[in-house]
Design a protein around this ligand. Structure first.
Ligand code: NPW
Ligand code: ADP
Ligand code: K
Length: 465
């Protein structure tokens, strides 16, 4: 199975070729794909009538297989094509269908519509008349399915090349494609699923290092744990004390054994469990027991804030760097980041830090930034990308849009620092943090504020134990 890998069109073709090289004929894979889609259509729509739209390539070939399978289930099904099949497998699939093939521009609509016009082989926008016809037929259907991808979507960057209708279900074949994760494509359907067609995508498969973020497996503290072993986090406080307090509490709730707020005398409303220490304490940042530093939330953009960032970097500890600290790093010369660092920029902070990486997909941009900085980069947004310098990336595409409220980034930064202190692994920690953040948001329900997220972290962790 794909194990959550997210491939480009070329990577998908290579994975399919590897399967064919094991002796499995292309047509057999097409039959697996078509049957898997047909089972879903049958499960969702039962015996309501279906119109399958077939294109000239193997996506169209899948369509003929789908129609044949639905017919075997006793579903009233018709096929309409825009052109004759152009590949051997698609020709064979049409022959095996053997039923009538209507003209797409003249066919009647149906209760259910299956779009098997184009998949990963789409190279350009659809003719306006064909795109319009697809949208019309979809409007008249109650259930609309996309086979692999909606026809009109660019596989590798999720761009909409020509008008596409709204789909109820998008059924990816064999592995996720990048368009399944990226906006605007991923807003074109209500639900999506990835169907098994027998591809075995191991970590050696090109592209397999980019995966969909999955629920992490966490463990309870060891039997002999104590507060230092569980991880001491020092959060550098600055001008806006509330932001650091949010982060500190998130770090503690993420599992760190001990959280100190450094230089935060002004904070009166952080939990009593968070220990305030003075920034004048000699080892406030260099205490060897510190497992992770966090610098940035509420730090401020003054010279004094810059000095705090400098001191934190000079301490050489594993650290998470967020918000104003990222702003400072955007100009001037700074001590090197420590070997285990997590940067958590939103789009604006990212572009300031990496001005030449303003174009492209968030996946490629975050990977390039991680490779250059040597840090794990969490490029935050409606879809967040966690990228490691070694080329691994995890895509978080399911976070609730209610997260778009002030302070949620501070909570995420605290979660990153907390998990980093617990595990010592920046990529794993960032993945865990982003997952827990999204899960806490789901548990907080609608219209929460950042503070409410803190109370969802415990139950989000419980779900991962
Ligand atoms: N490989 C496999 O074993 C398996 C693949 N599978 C399935 O195959 C799909 C990929 O198949 P594919 O590579 O044949 O590409 P596909 O998306 O059908 O379209 C290519 C055709 O469309 C044409 N064309 C392109 N853009 C166009 C446009 N705007 N307007 C008009 N024409 C356009 C292009 O011709 P061109 O003019 O570009 O030369 C070509 O004829 C994949 O998504 C999955 O569903 C599964 O069956 C599992 C096994
Ligand atoms: N529309 C959205 N859908 C899902 N998540 C979002 C959306 N907008 C923002 N987020 C998430 O909310 C957090 C906001 O962080 P950030 O922009 O740093 O906010 P702040 O600085 O106010 O704390 C990030 O984790 C981001 O991924
Ligand atoms: K399609």
């Amino acid at each position: 199975m794909s194990g959550g890998a997210i491939l480009t069109a070329a990577e998908m073709r290579a994975a399919e070729q590897a399967l064919f090289a094991t002796g499995i004929p292309e047509y057999d894979v097409m039959v697996r794909a078509g049957r898997a889609v047909a089972e879903m259509v049958w499960r969702v729509g039962a015996k309501r009538d279906v119109l399958v739209l077939c294109g000239p390539g193997n996506n169209g070939g899948d369509g003929y297989v789908i129609a044949r399978r639905l017919r075997e289930h006793g579903v009233p099904v018709r096929v309409a094509a825009m052109a004759d099949p152009a590949t051997e497998s698609a020709k064979r699939a049409r022959d095996d269908w053997g039923g009538p093939v209507e003209d797409i521009m003249a066919c009647a609509p149906a209760h259910q519509l299956v779009d098997a016009l184009f998949g990963t082989g789409l190279t350009r926008e659809l003719d306006a008349s064909l795109a319009g016809r697809l949208c019309d037929l979809a409007k008249q259907a109650n259930h609309v399915y996309a086979v692999d991808l909606p026809s009109g979507i660019a596989t590798d960057d999720g761009a909409i090349l020509s008008p596409v209708p709204h789909y109820h279900l998008c059924l990816s074949l064999g592995a996720w494609k990048r368009a399944h994760m990226l906006r605007p494509a991923a807003l074109c359907w209500d639900q999506m699923a990835c169907l098994d067609i027998g591809l075995d995508i191991g970590m050696a498969t090109p592209g397999a290092a980019v995966r969909r973020l999955e629920k992490p497996r966490l463990s309870a503290p060891a039997d002999d744990a104590h507060k230092y072993r569980r991880g001491l986090v020092a959060v550098v406080a600055g001008a806006m004390a509330g932001a650091a307090a949010l982060s500190a509490e998130a770090a503690a709730r993420a599992g760190a054994g001990y959280v100190r707020l450094v230089g935060a005398q002004a904070i009166v409303d952080a939990p009593h469990a968070i220990v305030r220490v003075s920034s004048r304490d000699e080892d406030a940042l260099t205490d060897p027991r510190i497992a992770a530093l966090l610098v940035g939330p509420g730090l401020g953009r003054t010279e004094a804030a810059a000095q705090k960032l400098r001191a934190a970097l000079e301490a050489g500890q594993a650290m998470a760097v967020d918000a104003d600290a990222l702003w400072h790093l955007g100009e001037g010369a700074w001590p090197a980041l420590p070997p285990r660092a997590i940067l958590t920029p939103h789009e604006g902070e990212f572009v300031r830090l990496f001005p030449d990486l303003a174009e492209g997909t968030p996946i490629d941009r975050a990977l390039a930034a991680a490779a250059r900085s040597g840090a794990v980069v969490v490029l935050k947004g409606p879809v967040s990308v966690i990228a490691a310098p070694d080329g691994r990336a995890a895509i978080a595409d399911r976070a609730p849009s209610w997260l778009s409220t002030a302070g949620t980034g501070d909570v995420l930064a605290g979660l990153c620092a907390g998990r980093l202190a617990v595990t010592g692994d920046p990529f794993g920690a960032a993945c865990e943090a982003v997952w827990l953040h999204g899960e806490a948001a789901r548990r907080a329900g609608p219209a929460f504020i950042a503070d409410d997220l803190l109370h969802g972290i415990g139950s989000a962790i419980k779900a991962c134990l």
